[in-house]
Design a protein around this ligand. Structure first.
Ligand SMILES: C[S@@+](CC[C@H](N)C(=O)[O-])C[C@H]1O[C@@H](n2cnc3c(N)ncnc32)[C@H](O)[C@@H]1O
Length: 524
């Protein structure tokens, strides 16, 4: 995928410094540079403060944010500095990113009554909902869309969900903002983001009793926030149907109701399609910065495996994802890649923890972006034993040139459900190398530390670089989004040279094939 190495002036304060040289190719153009984490000073209390009316430090009601001051300097920064220094990285850097209005994706509960709806988060440790109309973390248009929804609930007479009784119409709402609109000047795009609203409706499907109310609410939102309204706020309206009494927000049935069906965002230099059902990063700007940084660590002509790939946003040759809903988004994203990419990119619906070496073999670089709980034990084991996997792979490719018939059901299922894009055929003999570089993107600091220590204990890997990104300013480990930032780490395999394979090209698609001819800088 085009992971263009471009940078534009960020529209938010960024503490910067240059990261030290790495073994990877330098970027074609400079990227926004982070500061050494150790040099970020606490600022006077009010300059980087939350200033949120819903935050009360003495008795936190809203569970969204846990600290009020020094948003640019999350509480785990010192711990991270120490941790990385102890493990050989003395130049750990940190991007403070956007401190307010950064959340472009929010899931909010809808409770209360039709005349006094509450739309917000659970109060810490309870099932009481705190209304958060002026949330400072939300993109401002999420707050505006919430207000419109509130009016709609009252005017249409929608019943918010009553948990104890399992009755009511509307259970949750997901608001996702797309900030990419090429008809606007770059500087105006973020603030003019449009909101995709998903109404989580308490019925089995669109034909169940109450569907008329769902349609009336969707029409209200579209009439008052769609393209013909005074302020165009709404991108589209979707419904998700959920009747279960457990705490799972979404059911399996999704329906597009109004507006544009496709939702596009522009991150890491490419257009990315995201369905409401697939995983999407909450902090679009921080993710963009992270991806641009990550590009530097993928050497030219690398074969890349992206485990825990989501909709393939990170842009790899071989994407492994457990959520089958992400497949359609991946296909759309690929369609928008420039036609100059004549290559093969694959997406597999599979569990990365089942025989993970299947996905590791044949790649030079592996990108892992697991959920907060961290890596599956089987994947850690495979990575720790990467040298023996490579030896086995090499000897099996030497002893047999014809591939054996595959019988394992989960491998067959993964193959069936895979998508392959590109006109270049796969070579008959896939070179059997294993990754020399591992990029770990973490959104769970505690689980990351455990995984990191475990990988280092094997001596197969050493830690080369670490960068922090302020993905969730104002939060720490006990809040709704319990993680303060994302960290991407590059390891280098300390394999003997004799075992290292030549650069691979089995999928015939390279990240760098497009960075050679970067498109003009159009966006940050
Ligand atoms: C933190 S998200 C990252 C997604 C993607 N890299 C992105 O940035 O949009 C983690 C992803 O891992 C997927 N996932 C969780 N467990 C998995 C597993 N065992 N195998 C493959 N994917 C998994 C989730 O569905 C989710 O899309």
């Amino acid at each position: 995928m085009t992971l263009r190495l471009v940078s534009a002036p960020p529209s938010f304060s960024l503490f910067t410094c240059r990261s030290s040289a790495s073994t990877a190719l330098p970027p074609a153009t400079p990227t926004p540079t982070p500061v050494p984490a150790s040099s970020i000073p606490p600022s006077p209390p009010l300059t980087c403060a939350l200033h949120c009316p819903h935050f009360q430090s003495y008795a936190p009601l809203c569970s969204g944010c846990t600290h009020e001051f020094n948003l640019h300097r999350p509480v785990i920064l010192d711990d991270a500095n120490d941790f990385f220094r102890k493990h050989g990285v003395s130049d750990f850097t940190f991007d403070t990113c956007k401190l307010w209005g950064w959340r472009c994706r929010a899931k909010l509960a809808v409770r209360g009554s039709s005349t006094e709806p509450l739309i917000g988060l659970y109060e810490e440790g309870t099932h009481n909902i705190v209304d958060i109309p002026q949330c400072k973390a939300h993109h401002p248009n999420i707050n505006a869309a919430v207000e419109l929804l509130r009016r709609g609930i009252t005017e249409v007479g929608i019943g918010p969900y009553i948990e104890d009784e399992g009755i009511g119409d509307l259970r949750y709402v997901q608001m996702a903002v797309t900030t990419y609109n090429t008809s606007l000047p770059v500087a105006e795009r973020y603030m003019n983001g449009k909101v995709q609203i998903t109404l989580v409706w308490n019925s089995r499907n669109e034909n169940s009793p109450g569907a008329d109310k769902l349609n009336a609410l969707a029409n209200f939102l579209w009439k008052n926030g769609g393209p013909r309204s005074r302020v165009h706020l709404i991108h589209s309206v979707w419904a998700n149907f959920q009747t279960s009494t457990n705490n799972i927000i979404f059911g399996n049935r999704w329906r597009h109701l109004l507006g544009e069906r496709d939702f596009w965002e522009h991150v890491g230099g490419i257009d990315v399609s995201l369905a409401p059902s697939s995983f999407g990063q909450a902090n679009t700007r921080a993710f963009d910065i992270l991806l641009r940084k990550l590009q530097k660590y993928v050497p030219y002509e690398s074969a890349v495996a992206d485990l825990y790939a989501g909709a393939g946003v990170i842009g790899s040759v071989k994407c492994i994802e457990i959520n089958k809903e992400s497949k359609a988004s991946f296909e759309k994203t690929i369609e928008r890649l420039p036609s100059t990419v004549d290559s093969s990119i694959t997406w597999h619906h599979a569990d990365a923890s089942k025989e993970p070496f299947l996905w590791l073999v044949g790649s030079d670089v592996v990108v892992i972006d697991p959920p907060r709980k961290g890596l599956d034990a089987s994947l850690i084991d495979a990575l720790k034993n990467i040298s023996s996997i490579e030896r086995k792979a090499l000897s099996s490719s030497e002893s047999s040139n014809s591939s054996q018939e595959e019988k394992r059901p989960w491998v067959l299922r993964a193959k069936e459900a895979s998508v392959q894009i590109g006109s270049k055929p796969l070579p008959a003999n896939i070179p059997q190398s294993v990754p020399q570089t591992l990029i770990y993107i973490s959104c769970g600091w505690e689980s990351f530390k455990e995984d990191c220590k475990s990988l280092l204990s094997s001596k197969a890997w050493y830690l080369e670089k670490a960068h922090g990104f302020n993905f969730f300013p104002g939060t720490q480990s006990k809040c709704r989004v319990p993680l303060v930032w994302e960290v991407d780490i590059q390891y280098s395999a300390s394999l003997p040279n004799s075992l290292q394979s030549p650069p691979l090209s089995w999928e015939g698609w390279y990240w760098a094939s497009k960075t050679q001819n970067p498109a003009p800088i159009v966006d940050s």
